[in-house]
Write a new protein. Structure first.
Length: 234
């Protein structure tokens, strides 16, 4: 048996994480994730007890503790038809959770992570609104090796403001797109850019140079889904 109070205090351990709120817990229950405990406020804990354990005022009515799933192999991601989202290093867990939510909502199939925030961070789980449980999430220790392998099964599309980058509207039809979104501060590295089949960007007005990475992900994903739909119907 796990010490569930300790998990609530830490909110994420090496093996477990917490889920907060009715809808995320319902999505967790429908998923293949192993649930260790569901905690109902007013039955298992008072609101004050939950707030004390969590370290902030907890106003939701339900919590859950779940096991982290096994890290899926790259081969699984390569078999899925749709947009794979690749995140070399997203530092902010809120951005990461929102990107995961956007991926699930806008035709994405899976997410490949390298460095940065954990998808099981409490803030990331909240921002994903439970959509974390809908798609495979892989953490790789060797991103460049994975990218070399993906070059044979996917079209690697890097979001970048490089001189050779084309506006999103000029992106050619692509098969099995893999969208690479760089860190919030410095973007994709030169080495990663050289591995991409295409570099693209969202044109801006009013001298704005970029969007928040989570906001940009929704635009890129929607556009790639539209391209895929047009190809399927042609």
């Amino acid at each position: 048996m796990i010490d569930w109070q300790t998990v609530l205090q830490k909110r994420e351990t090496e093996t477990h994480f917490t889920v907060e709120g009715q809808i995320p817990v319902q999505r967790l229950e429908k998923s293949n994730y192993q649930i260790e405990k569901i905690i109902r406020i007013g039955q298992d804990l008072t609101r004050d007890e939950a707030s004390q354990l969590l370290g902030y005022h907890f106003h939701r009515g339900i919590l859950a503790i779940a096991q982290k799933p096994p890290n899926p192999p790259l081969s699984l991601l390569q078999t899925l038809q749709g947009t794979l989202v690749i995140l070399p290093e997203i530092a902010d867990p809120g951005n990461l959770g929102t990107i995961i939510r956007n991926t699930a909502a806008l035709g994405g199939t899976s997410v490949l992570l390298h460095k940065g925030a954990s998808p099981y961070n409490a803030k990331a789980v909240r921002a994903s609104a439970g959509n974390l449980f809908e798609i495979p999430i892989r953490r790789t220790d060797d991103l460049l090796k994975d990218l070399h392998s993906l070059q044979h099964t996917h079209t690697l599309i890097g979001a970048a403001l490089s001189p050779e980058s084309k506006p999103l509207s000029q992106l050619p039809p692509t098969k099995n797109p893999a969208l690479l979104l760089g860190p919030e501060d410095f973007g994709l590295t030169p080495k990663i850019k050289t591995l991409c089949h295409h570099l693209t960007h969202i044109p801006m007005s009013h001298q704005i140079d970029s969007l928040n990475v989570a906001s940009a992900s929704a635009i890129f994903l929607h556009h790639l889904a539209e391209i895929s739909n047009r190809q399927a119907n042609s």
